[in-house]
Design a protein around this ligand. Structure first.
Ligand SMILES: [Cu+2]
Length: 122
């Protein structure tokens, strides 16, 4: 009986670890560089997926935002550090060019600053 309790306990701990740490990995995307250009697709649906985009410094970058969500909350995306405030048409791919000349971490958000994502340039 003790063994069963132990196994169930370990399974629950494993699940919690997977839930917190496993999920976090999925939400982060590293840009792949091809022909001196890096492109990352971001799906907008109740938030941003991935939520964290890692870009290589100095390589021209493009984010392709596609808004699947019908709510007007997510119909704009704002990169305040880059002076970008871009409308996103539903189910259309919107290309956003990012200046990667400065390393750092930069937040982006919806038009109302409710949903957030993060660019990491390094
Ligand atoms: Cu919003």
């Amino acid at each position: 009986m003790k063994v069963v309790v132990l196994i169930v306990g370990l399974a629950i701990i494993g699940f919690i670890v997977w839930w917190f740490f496993g999920k976090h990995d999925v939400a982060e995307a590293n840009a792949k560089v091809t022909n001196d250009q890096q492109v990352v697709d971001v799906e907008v649906n109740g938030g941003y997926s991935p939520e964290v985009v890692v870009l290589k410094k100095g390589v021209p970058a493009r984010l392709n935002f596609t808004r699947k969500d019908s709510s007007s909350c997510l119909d704009r995306v704002v990169f305040s550090d880059f002076g970008i405030n871009q409308a996103l048409q539903q189910n259309e791919k919107q290309e956003i060019e990012i200046d990667t000349s400065h390393p750092g971490e930069f937040q982006w958000s919806c038009g109302m600053d409710m949903f957030h994502g993060k660019l990491v340039i390094k």
